[in-house]
Design a protein around this ligand. Structure first.
Ligand code: NAI
Length: 388
């Protein structure tokens, strides 16, 4: 049973994870090298708790209990009695490895040492430990207290026991766990790539505007945000870097090729909401995302189908490569990034034959490896098999 949790790094993710663990009743120590970061984490939590009390989600005793469960510490040694530690510091392999090997000297032999990394391999982080079998990826989504999904990623070195305890703990914390193989982007950051990439490509080919593509995805697909709104929300710098990292990590598989449009927007400082301008302008109060004039519904349908089938193909391929189970792949997308439906369930609904036909049409048109149909979809179509 995990009772004492150490969190390393008190930034956006670390402070959110500390709140989740403290709310679940764990005794948490939040460590950061910067005193300002700890002060900010503490002040932010106070504000969040006050808002939850105002909204009637918790009462003032619960607020007190949650806040009392978190101690803010400025030495790694303070984490020595932890049953589980989760690291959420800067995304740099050497710095993480250094912190992990130092931490291991203080904690007990059965303490689980986890990383919240989005893009580094868990195997490489685990290799810094004397007992790498205790290392695992526990990947939360931002904001951690609100997003239901947590990806749990065992490395090749991770023991069954470490995986079992991690899954149970995160489930006890009220989260939905998706277990993913230690491969680039895990589930969400891999399967979601075409949502951005194919939208950018459709724009770059001059087929449609940002607003037309967003409208098609929202109105036909039921997505809460269109790709361009979402990239503006995430930040074009952040989203571009994830794409570039995944592209490189997959040995430059053309399916994940980044877009010049997004690169230039990031370079220009058109980062999205945080800079006041991205694909849309956020500094005026005119609703920026409406399509001007009539929008051809046939064109909207084509745009939606093209992006959807690329997403389905990516999800099917993740299953083909045993990255996760079908249920976990679908849960990851609905609970990690709020997709209206699981992509594999969507494939069943559209028909596997339809998916294969659409992918082959794209391939016939472009003759690019980017549009290769997943062998799993083709096999399923030949055998008349569905995902569920
Ligand atoms: P952040 O920049 O908000 O916070 C990082 C914190 O770590 C800072 O307060 C910094 O002072 C502290 N820190 C840096 N080096 C340290 C060290 N050696 N020892 C102790 N503390 C140290 O970063 P954020 O966004 O919270 O990301 C943290 C990790 O979580 C990264 O690995 C990132 O890839 C991952 N992640 C981020 C997500 C996001 O949306 N921001 C989502 C999921 C994972």
């Amino acid at each position: 049973m995990i009772k004492k949790v150490g969190i390393i790094g008190g930034g956006t993710m670390g402070s959110g994870i500390a709140q989740v663990a403290a709310t679940a009743g764990c005794s948490v120590k939040l460590y950061d090298t910067k005193t300002e970061a700890l002060e900010k984490a503490k002040a932010d939590l106070e504000k969040i708790m006050d808002r939850l009390v105002e909204k009637g989600k918790i009462n003032s005793e619960e607020k007190q209990r949650i806040q009392n469960n978190i101690k803010y510490v400025n030495s790694l040694k303070e984490l020595k009695d932890s049953d589980l530690t989760i690291e959420a510091i800067v995304e740099n392999l050497d710095i993480k490895k250094n912190v992990f090997s130092t931490l291991e000297k203080f904690v007990s032999d059965d303490c689980i040492i986890a990383s919240n990394t989005s893009s580094l391999s868990i195997a490489s982080i685990a290799s810094s430990l004397q007992k790498p079998e205790r290392c695992i990826g526990i990947h939360f989504f931002n904001p951690a207290p609100l997003m239901k999904l947590v990806e749990v990623i065992p490395a090749v070195q991770t023991s069954e026991e470490t995986l079992k305890i991690s899954v149970k703990t995160i489930t006890d914390w009220g989260k939905t766990v998706a277990v993913a193989k230690d491969t680039p982007g895990f589930i969400v950051n891999r399967v979601a790539r075409p949502f951005y990439g194919e939208a950018l490509r459709i724009y770059e080919e001059g087929i449609a505007s940002f607003a037309e593509i967003d409208t098609a995805m929202k109105e036909i697909g039921g997505f809460r945000m269109g790709p361009f709104e979402l990239m503006d929300f995430i930040g074009n710098d952040v989203n571009y870097t994830v794409t570039e990292t995944v592209f490189e990590a997959f040995y430059y598989d053309p399916r994940y090729k980044p877009s010049f449009t997004q690169k230039r927007f990031a370079e220009a400082g058109y980062l999205g909401r945080k800079s006041g301008k991205g694909y849309y302008n956020y500094s005026d109060d005119v609703s920026p995302r409406a399509v001007e004039g009539d929008f051809d519904s046939e064109k909207a349908e084509q745009i939606f189908n093209r992006i959807l089938v690329m997403l389905i193909n990516e999800a099917a391929d993740a299953l083909f490569w045993n990255i996760a189970s079908a249920e976990d792949i679908d849960n990851a997308m609905t609970k990690g990034v709020n997709y209206p439906k699981g992509l594999l369930a969507w494939a069943d609904e559209k028909g596997i034959d339809w998916c294969v036909k659409k992918m082959d049409e794209l391939y016939d048109e472009y003759h690019e490896d980017r549009y290769r149909c997943s062998p799993l979809l083709r096999r399923m179509s030949q055998g008349n098999i569905k995902f569920y």
